[in-house]
Ligand binder design. Structure first.
Ligand code: NAD
Length: 499
C-alpha cells in the first residue's frame, strides 16, 4: 500500500509519529493509501525551517515572486489532467468536476501573477513642511492554511497563491482524506522555482492543527471546513494573538419566483444541488419556490431531471453526473438525515436511499433525494447535509422566502431566479448572505473579486483570494519622513571672513 509523506524543505519526508490515517477510494470502499499524522514536534520543526526560509523569500522582490507563480500556473496547466485525476481518485468527484477544482484554483494563481500591483503601497506627498508619509505592505512571516476534503486542489491553491506571493512562508495542512493533490502541487511549486522550505505540507489531524494554533512563530491561520471547527480554530488562533480567517459550512437557498423560467431554474437546481454529490459549500440545498403554482410546476420539472441523474465512479469519465460521498460515516449520516426527514413529515418525492451500483457495492454512493414540503423546524432543513439531497420549502410570498433565507444561521451563498430586475435588485441589496446569484445558481466570484460568506459561514473580517487576501497576508507599515532643508538651498562657496 502506498505510504504518503510530508513535504518539508523541498522534499518528501516520511512521518515519524507512527500514526496514520487511511485514504479511501470512495467508489470502492477500499483503502488506497495511508497518510502520516504529524506530531506537534514534527510540526514545530516544519515551522522553524519555514521561518528560516521566509527571510530570503520575503526579501525577494515581488516581481520575482510573481514569476514563480507564472511558472507554477504554466505547470498546473501542463499537468491539468494528472491533477484532476488525483483529485477524483481520492475525493470521488467526476473527472470534469476534478478539472473544475484545479481550474478554479489556477485562476487565483493567475491573479497572483499580477500580485505586485496589489502589493503597492500608498504615498502622501507633503503631509507637512518637508514631511512625506508612505505605507508598505510587508509579509507576516510564517502563515498556515488548513483545508477541507471537498476541494483538494482549489482551496490549497486559494491559500498558497496569495500567501506566498505576499512573501510569506506557508504551512499547509490539507485534509487527511484527500492529501495527495497538495503534495503534488508542492512538487510543481519547487519545479516553478519556489525556494525549499517556503511551502511545507504537513499532514495530520487535530493534533497537528492544534500544534499550528499554539506555535508562536505562526502569524496567521487561514481555515476552510465545517462551522464548528472554523469557530474553534478562529477562537484559539485569535486568543493566541494570530490573525485568522475561518470559513465554515453553508445552507444555500435558491428562491424561484413565479415569473422565473422554470426549466432553467430546474436545470440550475439539479446541477447546483447534486453536482459533486452535494459536497460543495456553494451547493444549493434548499429550493424556495414562491407560490403553490410555482412549487407544483417546479416539482413537475425537477423529478424527471433528478431521476435521470447518473451516479458512478469517476473512472466512467463523462458518463456520470456525480460520484460517491467521501466516507462510510458521511453516507450513514446522510441516510439517517433522510430518514429523519421522512419521520418529521417532509414529503420524500425522490428517494435515493436504496441506491446500489453493480460492482461497487462497497462504495459510498447515495442516490439523489428530493424532499418537498419541508419546514424550517426539520433536521433536513436545519443541518448542512453535504450530500445529494435537495429540500424544497414552499413560501407564500417573496417576503416570506427572503425572511427564510435571512433567518438561516448560515450565509455563504444564495440565488434568485426571476425575470424581474426590480425583485432581483431588491434581493441582492437586502439579503444577509455573502455571495448572491441572480439567475445564477453557484455564484462563486471570479478570482479577482473575493470569496466569503456571512453569519456562521465565516469568522474573521477579510475574504479569501482577490484584494482581501493580499490584505490578510500582509501587514501595513507606515513611515513618516521629514527631511530638513539643506544642500539644495545652496552651498556656501565664499570664503567667509571670521566675524
Ligand atoms: P472539517 O471541518 O471536518 O475539516 C477541515 C479541516 O479541519 C481538515 O484539514 C481537518 O483535518 C481539520 N479538522 C477536523 N477536525 C478538527 C478538529 N477537531 N480540530 C482541529 N482541526 C480539525 O471539514 P471537511 O469535512 O473536510 O469539509 C467539509 C466542510 O467544509 C463543509 O462544512 C463545507 O461547507 C465546508 N466548506 C466551506 C467552504 C467555504 O469557503 N466556506 C469551502 C469548502 C468547504
Amino acid at each position: 500500500m502506498q505510504e504518503l509523506t510530508h513535504w518539508i524543505n523541498g522534499e518528501h519526508v516520511k512521518g515519524t509519529s507512527g500514526r496514520f490515517s487511511d485514504v479511501m477510494n470512495p467508489a470502492t470502499g477500499e483503502v488506497q493509501a495511508r497518510v502520516p499524522l504529524a506530531t506537534p514536534a514534527e510540526m514545530d520543526v516544519a515551522v522553524a525551517k519555514a521561518a528560516e526560509a521566509q527571510v530570503a523569500w520575503g526579501n525577494t522582490n515581488p516581481q520575482r515572486r510573481a514569476r514563480v507563480m507564472m511558472a507554477f500556473g504554466a505547470l498546473i496547466n501542463k499537468h491539468m489532467d494528472e491533477l484532476a485525476e488525483l483529485v477524483s481518485r481520492e475525493h470521488g468527484k467526476t473527472l470534469p468536476d476534478g478539472r473544475g477544482d484545479v481550474q478554479r484554483g489556477l485562476e487565483v494563481i493567475e491573479v497572483c501573477m499580477g500580485g505586485p500591483a496589489l502589493l503597492k503601497g500608498e504615498f502622501t506627498d507633503d503631509g507637512g513642511p518637508g514631511i512625506d508619509l508612505y505605507s508598505m505592505r510587508q509579509p507576516l512571516g510564517v502563515v498556515a492554511g488548513i483545508t477541507p476534503f471537498n476541494f483538494p486542489a482549489m482551496i490549497p491553491l486559494w491559500k498558497m497563491g496569495p500567501a506566498l506571493t505576499c512573501g510569506n512562508a506557508m504551512i499547509l495542512k490539507p485534509s487527511e482524506r484527500c492529501p495527495s493533490t497538495a503534495l503534488r502541487l508542492a512538487e510543481l511549486l519547487k519545479e516553478a522555482g519556489l525556494p525549499d522550505g517556503v511551502l511545507q505540507v504537513v499532514n495530520g489531524d487535530k493534533e497537528a492543527v492544534d500544534a499550528i494554533l499554539d506555535n508562536e512563530t505562526v502569524q496567521a491561520v487561514g481555515f476552510v471546513g465545517s462551522t464548528p471547527i472554523a469557530q474553534y480554530i478562529y477562537g484559539r488562533a485569535c486568543s493566541n494573538g494570530k490573525r485568522a480567517q475561518c470559513f465554515g459550512g453553508a445552507k444555500n437557498h435558491m428562491i424561484i419566483m413565479p415569473d422565473a423560467d422554470l426549466d432553467k431554474a430546474a436545470d440550475a437546481l439539479v446541477g447546483a444541488g447534486f453536482g459533486a454529490a452535494g459536497e460543495r459549500c456553494m451547493a444549493i440545498s434548499v429550493a424556495v419556490p414562491v407560490g403553490e403554482k410555482t412549487a407544483d410546476a417546479l416539482v413537475e420539472r425537477l423529478v424527471p431531471r433528478i431521476e435521470k441523474l447518473k451516479v458512478g465512479p469517476y473512472t466512467a469519465g463523462n458518463d456520470v453526473d456525480y460520484g460517491p460521498v467521501i466516507t462510510a460515516q458521511s453516507k450513514e449520516r446522510i441516510l439517517s438525515l433522510i430518514n429523519s426527514g421522512v419521520e418529521q413529515g417532509a414529503e420524500l418525492v425522490v428517494d435515493g436511499r436504496g441506491f446500489s451500483l453493480q460492482g461497487y457495492e462497497n462504495g459510498y454512493f447515495v442516490g439523489p433525494s428530493f424532499f418537498d414540503r419541508a419546514t424550517p423546524d426539520m433536521d433536513i432543513y436545519k443541518q448542512e447535509i453535504f450530500g445529494p439531497v435537495l429540500t424544497q420549502v414552499r413560501a407564500n410570498s417573496y417576503e416570506e422566502a427572503l425572511k427564510l433565507t435571512m433567518d438561516n444561521e448560515y450565509g455563504n451563498g444564495t440565488a434568485i431566479f426571476t425575470a424581474d430586475g426590480d425583485t432581483a435588485r431588491d434581493f441582492a441589496h437586502r439579503v444577509n448572505v455573502g455571495m448572491v446569484g441572480i439567475n445564477f445558481p453557484i455564484p462563486v466570484p471570479l478570482s479577482y473579486h473575493t470569496f466569503g460568506g456571512w453569519k456562521k459561514s465565516a469568522f474573521g473580517d477579510l475574504n479569501q483570494y482577490g484584494p482581501d487576501a493580499f490584505r490578510f497576508y500582509t501587514k501595513t507599515k507606515t513611515v513618516t519622513a521629514r527631511w530638513f532643508s539643506g544642500i539644495k538651498d545652496g552651498g556656501e562657496f565664499a570664503f567667509k571672513a571670521m566675524e
